[in-house]
Design a binder for this molecule. Structure first.
Ligand SMILES: NC(=O)c1ccc[n+]([C@@H]2O[C@H](COP(=O)([O-])OP(=O)(O)OC[C@H]3O[C@@H](n4cnc5c(N)ncnc54)[C@H](OP(=O)(O)O)[C@@H]3O)[C@@H](O)[C@H]2O)c1
Length: 260
């Protein structure tokens, strides 16, 4: 378990789930390190959280798609004696569309952020946690991690990586008293849909979860030392359906929902 003295680093804290993680950890009195590219949004959030919850908030403008920027971030924090006790590996984005028609650059940069950067953050900050024999890491995957989804081929494969990576590390890091938990949200009301290039429809809106309960589910699962958690009852039922039905049926169903 964390104490209020623990420092929490949140990637992708400038909007969506990341911003909500920052609010919920600030409410618990934690010192925060907020990481993303949009400095104005990070600074505005930091001012609000300092005023409202009297917590220390460090702002780090980092483009995580650059691995050297990740090692630089780690070096800067070490220099300032900032020890990261909780890492929320949240930054990521989707990309909707037929695989062959997606610009190659966009596809590669999504793989870079959703897979490579998350892996680098986990290794760099995980090594410190191993040395201190304590720490918590929450990996943000997706319910799409459970099957390949038409028009979300690379994203669903990337999130499958995050889920399998997190599951393996859950056991591997346990011996050093470091918890790794993977959160799988379903469609939620953040910047995700528009950033993925998807059109918002009434159907999509009707199944979206708000960010606060998704984030609460992630923090609770991490504190409870769980291997993974699917946020929300409807999403949990969806996963049960996947176990209970042949792949071609649940794959067709989710493809329909995600492309409606
Ligand atoms: N919302 C959903 O429906 C949903 C469902 C399942 C999983 N997820 C996952 O949840 C996570 C958070 O997404 P969200 O839904 O909260 O979407 P969001 O509102 O678009 O937030 C994405 C965050 O990632 C940051 N980011 C993007 N590229 C970055 C980069 N190169 N370097 C640093 N930060 C970067 C963005 O900040 P800047 O632009 O300021 O850099 C932003 O803060 C993602 O991993 C996403 O795949 C979302």
């Amino acid at each position: 378990m964390t104490t209020p003295q623990s420092t929490v680093l949140i990637t992708g804290a400038s909007s969506g789930f990341g911003e909500e993680f920052a609010k919920q950890y600030a409410k618990r009195g934690h010192r925060l390190v907020l990481v993303a590219r949009r400095l104005d949004r990070l600074e505005a959030l930091a001012v609000t959280l300092r005023e409202q919850y009297k917590v220390d908030v460090l702002v780090e403008q980092v483009d995580l798609s650059n691995i050297a920027a990740i090692t630089d971030l780690h070096a800067r924090l070490t220099e300032q004696s900032v020890e990261v006790d909780v890492l929320i590996n949240n930054a990521g984005h989707g990309l909707q569309g037929p695989f062959l028609d997606s610009p190659l650059d966009a596809t590669m940069s999504m793989i870079q952020l959703d897979i490579l950067s998350l892996t680098a953050m986990t290794q760099v900050f995980g090594q410190d946690m191993r040395t201190r024999k304590r720490g918590q890491i929450l990996q943000i995957a997706s319910i799409l991690a459970y099957q390949g989804v038409e028009n979300y081929a690379v994203y669903s494969a990337a999130k499958a990586y995050v889920l399998r990576f997190g599951e393996a590390l859950h056991r591997e890091f346990k011996r050093d008293n470091v918890t790794v938990t993977t959160l799988c949200p379903g469609l939620s009301d953040t910047g995700f849909v528009s950033n993925a290039g998807q059109r918002m429809t009434p159907m999509l809106r009707s199944i979206m979860m708000p960010a606060p309960p998704v984030v609460r589910a992630g923090i609770q699962a991490l504190d409870a030392g769980r291997i993974s958690v699917v946020a929300g009852l409807a999403n949990k039922m969806n996963v049960v359906l996947m176990w209970a039905t042949p792949r071609r049926i649940h794959q067709a169903l989710l493809s329909k929902i995600m492309n409606c």
